[in-house]
Design a protein around this ligand. Structure first.
Ligand code: NAG
Ligand code: NAG
Ligand code: NAG
Ligand code: NAG
Ligand code: NAG
Ligand code: NAG
Ligand code: NAG
Ligand code: NAG
Ligand code: NAG
Ligand code: NAG
Ligand code: NAG
Ligand code: NAG
Length: 845
């Protein structure tokens, strides 16, 4: 492999280029706008030092765009009793809600679960929040008491790279401002979502005497109890603030929800304590992800039990939680607080036999907003026999044993999350758009590689990759539990093959795209067998009679022989074959190509509906089709040019509001039917590849209708691409919507590749842009007059194009490392370019 050291050295150069733009970074995120009053206001003026008092109790702070980090406050003076409630939100309206745009209890995500936090301020000086606020544009600070406080500075210590969006290594600017701003959406989302190792800090503090100090959060759960049931959990706890929370019978893998418990202290330190739900001197019993419903994360507040004595702060209590015989019993210091029959609480949960609460699953520690306390001397034993199953003093700070086990350890691996605010997990299938965006904008291939490494680290022996690995757990000790710990519903089956199994395909594609763009053959070689095993797992789903792939389920559409998953697999196989060629693994390459060819043949034989000119959604739904089937059947070239043209002409039937609905089966009259910038992004790529004037204008219309709403209203715009858009062009999942989701950012790479026209050549030759194509056809079709764009190559510098239309000519300047070569293409004109660092010419149009 003589190429390896060379290409690695060149990759390093790319990173250095990328990093050089970081040097201009400011060290903190500061607000750009401030409004004072008694109501929230988005009409702030320039930030300056401000006072909160009875006349002006509320400050609304605008950071101008998505920011992320650890909040800080510089207090100049304090008079009287001062408590302030601070809220964080991506969407401005979140500040009007009791829980702002949270909470986010889906997973332990190395960030504050809650979007509201309260501070008592007694003296001037700086306050630094311990917990991360993952992503927001807006913040509010409300004075809750009758004192007065002056702030001189407020902001965030960054947890994400601080970069100047106008000075990224990859760029795109044109004479169309809207397109320039749309290009930045995906780039900013990737900047905010791809985080360096060690930047999302450890959430628990371990004390050798008092054990784990835990601030209110979605419980950190140990995988060690994943397969335990009917057990008793005992621990010591000392409340520091408000109360403490714990969970039992809690699966670590999805669906990760279970029994929720909370011990509420008599003294509530903050005047805004929610005593409606958290009644002082009581234990709250709930089930689900939390005690409150958050969109699809259903939760139940089932009961409240009075504790017959004062629950004091700063006092140790031993809490015993007994699961067994269908009962749940809790005692505090030997005083029984309750003993209930779980079957009496019907949560109507169809996934659990009998609809009642299961006792299978692990335990964890956390708490509600503004709560905090210590936990130590955890012992677990079988309720019936008394056999000890687990013991942890929680006092071992030295080896990070506790924080590693409970999944609250800082991220050792650099990783691209789905979004900085919510879904702070590395979703396997959602990474595909991200890696393409990284390649054309931030060039942070180091962070993309970390993400792929994380998948490999969690891979199971059967070849499955995790669909969404958590960032704070250690795969070397908890892989088995996360793969099989989905509770009784999944019966120790590998959940990765059941939940979103087509994400395996998109994961393979992401790996191949990473290698194609970065030319990081070293990583490709080191992890090749892992991806090859993964492909083998997927191909086991190919039915030998029909030749079509079937899986247990699919995000992209029907799983039984579905067109979208089959076409996506054709694309993944062909992409893997190219990587194999680059690694000189020619027999693998031949095998993957042969598999792709026979799969494409089966798709054309069994799924093409000649009469309607579409690929049927699946063999049993031959008259239906989807955005994803159009996208992947076209981009994988399973469709011939004629088939592609006919299929795309059916697209208008999917038009809904600002975009295209996922499938012809989606209910257009249901206001809940959302538009997905993720699937519409895959579609956009298929449209671009047609290169006709008609389809180019369809693509431009889609860019305008689906992506412009992300820019146009400061109350919802974060400068980053969104997760879902509703039919009115608003965030599709309400306040829960991630407004910084790279999966919605496809235009970033599409504009660079198809409007500016900077493309890597096809096949292995194009890896790292060693050979390239400059093809500004579509940019010209849609009427752009001038475009400048560049990408980082793996060959020692940028590939840059500047073209402009002057009268009837296109004037072109191309800069490229002289060891690379390429072709300029326009209207059938082709010009071969090689051996120079700069090319200048003009073409009649
Ligand atoms: C609050 O502070 C403002 C100046 O920031 C001042 O004009 C106003 O009188 C104060 N109100 C009270 C009730 O102290
Ligand atoms: C208190 O909790 C209840 C129940 O979850 C919730 O509906 C309400 O909005 C909360 N109130 C505040 C002020 O947070
Ligand atoms: C917010 O909390 C207050 C006080 O608990 C309650 O009256 C109100 O209904 C809550 N609002 C929402 C939207 O839950
Ligand atoms: C602890 O509780 C006492 C009252 O029992 C109260 O005076 C004190 O402020 C509380 N401390 C904290 C940190 O909440
Ligand atoms: C959450 O929603 C479910 C219905 O979907 C309801 O049964 C339950 O009571 C709700 N939980 C809370 C805490 O309001
Ligand atoms: C746990 O308890 C339930 C209810 O009594 C029982 O059905 C189940 O078999 C028990 N599980 C084990 C592993 O003992
Ligand atoms: C609880 O009971 C056990 C056994 O009787 C006893 O050893 C222990 O000291 C008691 N704990 C408390 C806090 O009273
Ligand atoms: C709870 O009640 C059940 C039924 O009365 C009983 O079998 C069980 O021992 C009790 N559990 C505890 C911890 O007291
Ligand atoms: C939890 O499991 C891991 C892996 O098996 C083990 O190393 C660790 O010691 C266990 N923790 C406890 C407290 O037993
Ligand atoms: C393969 O497809 C055929 C035809 O649809 C079906 O009858 C058969 O059950 C499938 N085989 C498997 C193993 O799923
Ligand atoms: C489509 O949605 C509308 C509005 O929610 C509903 O009334 C109708 O029943 C739905 N149709 C189908 C087929 O589900
Ligand atoms: C290629 O470019 C480098 C600098 O970028 C230069 O040193 C070298 O002489 C060039 N080679 C040729 C053959 O032009």
């Amino acid at each position: 492999m003589p190429r390896l050291p060379l290409s690695l050295a060149k990759n390093l150069l790319g990173y250095l280029l990328a990093l050089s733009s970081l040097s201009k970074a400011t060290s903190v995120f500061e607000p750009v706008g401030l409004a004072l009053g008694s109501q929230h206001s988005v009409c702030g003026s320039v930030f300056e030092s401000f006072r909160l008092n009875q006349s002006f109790p509320l400050a609304t702070l605008d950071y101008g765009h998505e920011v992320a980090g650890y909040p800080f406050f510089e207090v100049e003076s304090v008079h009287g009793h001062v408590q302030v409630e601070v809220k964080y939100s991506e969407e401005a309206i979140g500040l009007n809600h009791n829980f702002s745009d949270g909470p986010f209890p889906y997973a332990v995500a190395l960030a504050n679960t809650y979007r509201v936090e309260t501070y008592e301020i007694t003296e001037p000086g700086r306050i630094d929040a311990f917990l991360l606020q993952g992503g927001q544009r807006w913040q509010s600070i409300r004075l809750l008491t009758d004192g007065e406080v002056v702030f001189t500075a407020v902001g965030f210590v960054p947890s994400i790279p601080v970069v100047d969006m106008d000075d990224l290594p990859g760029t795109f600017t044109s004479d169309n401002e809207m397109l320039n701003d749309i290009w930045k959406l995906g780039a900013r989302a990737a900047v905010a979502s791809c985080v360096e190792s060690g930047t999302q800090k450890t959430m628990w503090e371990i004390d050798e005497e008092n054990g784990a100090f835990i601030r209110g959060m979605r419980a950190g759960t140990t995988p060690n109890g994943t397969f335990f049931e009917n057990y008793t959990l005992e621990f010591d706890t000392k409340i520091q603030s408000g109360g403490i929370g714990w969970t039992v019978a809690f699966p670590v893998a999805s669906p990760a929800r279970g029994i929720q418990l909370n011990l509420v202290a008599e003294h509530q330190p903050f005047v805004n304590a929610n005593t409606t739900i958290f009644r002082p001197n009581s234990i709250i019993f709930g089930y689900g992800y939390s005690f409150v419903n958050v969109t699809t994360l259903t939760s139940w507040h089932l009961d409240t039990f009075e504790v017959p004595f004062s629950v004091r702060n700063n006092t140790w209590y031993r809490i015993k939680t007994v699961l067994g015989n269908g009962h749940l019993a809790v005692s505090v210091d030997n005083a029984s607080i309750f003993n209930v029959t779980l079957g009496d609480y019907n949560i109507g949960e169809s996934r659990i036999p009998g609809g009642s609460i299961d006792t299978l699953g692990s335990w964890g520690f956390g708490g509600w907003q503004d709560q905090a306390g210590h936990f130590r001397n955890v012992v677990v034993y079988d309720s019936a026999s008394g056999t000890e199953l687990y013991r942890n003093s929680m006092t071992d700070a030295s080896a990070e044993g506790v924080v590693r086990e409970y999944g609250v350890r800082t991220n050792y691996e650099s990783v691209c999350l789905d979004g900085p605010k919510r879904d702070r997990l590395a979703w396997l299938g959602d990474f595909l758009h991200t890696v393409r965006i990284v390649g054309t904008s931030t060039s942070r291939y180091d962070l993309a590689r970390g993400t792929l490494q994380l998948f490999v680290d969690w891979q199971t022996a059967s070849g499955l990759m995790p669909y969404a690995p958590a960032i704070g757990y250690d795969p070397t000790v908890s892989s088995y539990e996360f793969a099989r710990g989905g509770g009784r519903y999944f019966e120790k089956n590998e959940v990765y093959g059941i939940i979103l199994p087509d994400y395996q395909i998109l994961g393979v594609l992401s790996f191949a795209e990473y290698v194609r763009r970065s030319n990081d053959l070293g990583f490709a070689m080191a992890t090749w067998n892992h991806w090859a095993d993964n492909v083998d797992w997927i191909s086991e789903g190919v039915n030998s009679t029909t030749g079509l792939l079937s899986l247990f389920g699919a995000f992209l559409g029907p799983s039984e022989g579905g067109a979208a998953i089959n076409c996506a697999f054709v694309e993944a196989l062909r992409a893997m074959a190219q990587v194999a060629v680059a690694l000189e693994k020619h027999s693998d390459a031949g095998r993957y190509d042969a598999m792709a060819t026979s799969l494409a043949h089966a798709i054309n034989e069994r799924l093409w509906n000649e009469e309607l000119g579409i690929y049927g959604l699946s063999p049993s739904q031959m008259d239906e089709f989807s955005v994803s089937s159009i996208a992947f059947c076209v981009t994988s070239e399973t469709a011939s040019p004629q088939q592609a043209e006919r299929f795309i002409s059916a697209l208008s039937q999917l038009r809904l509001g600002p975009g295209y609905k996922d499938s012809s089966l989606s209910n257009s009259s249901d206001p809940e039917t959302n538009l997905s910038p993720n699937t519409n992004g895959f579609l956009l790529l298929a449209l671009m590849q047609q290169q006709t004037p008609e389809i180019s204008s369809v693509a431009l219309a889609l860019l305008r209708s689906l992506w412009k709403p992300m820019l146009s209203d400061k109350r919802t715009a974060t400068g980053a691409s969104w997760e879902y858009v509703n039919q009115q062009g608003k965030p599709g999942l309400g306040l829960f919507t991630s407004l910084s989701h790279p999966w919605g950012g496809a235009p970033t790479y599409i504009l660079t590749e198809w409007m500016a026209g900077i493309q890597a050549a096809k096949n292995r030759e194009g890896f790292g842009y060693e050979h390239w194509v400059i093809n500004p056809q579509i940019g010209m079709h849609i009427g752009l007059k001038e475009v400048r764009s560049k990408v980082v190559t793996a060959f020692g510098g940028y590939l840059e194009v500047h073209w402009r239309i002057v009268a009837t000519d296109m004037e072109v300047v191309i800069l490229a490392p002289n060891i690379t070569s390429g072709i300029f293409k326009l209207n059938g004109f082709e010009k071969r370019l090689s051996g120079r660092n700069r090319y200048m010419f003009s073409v009649a149009i």
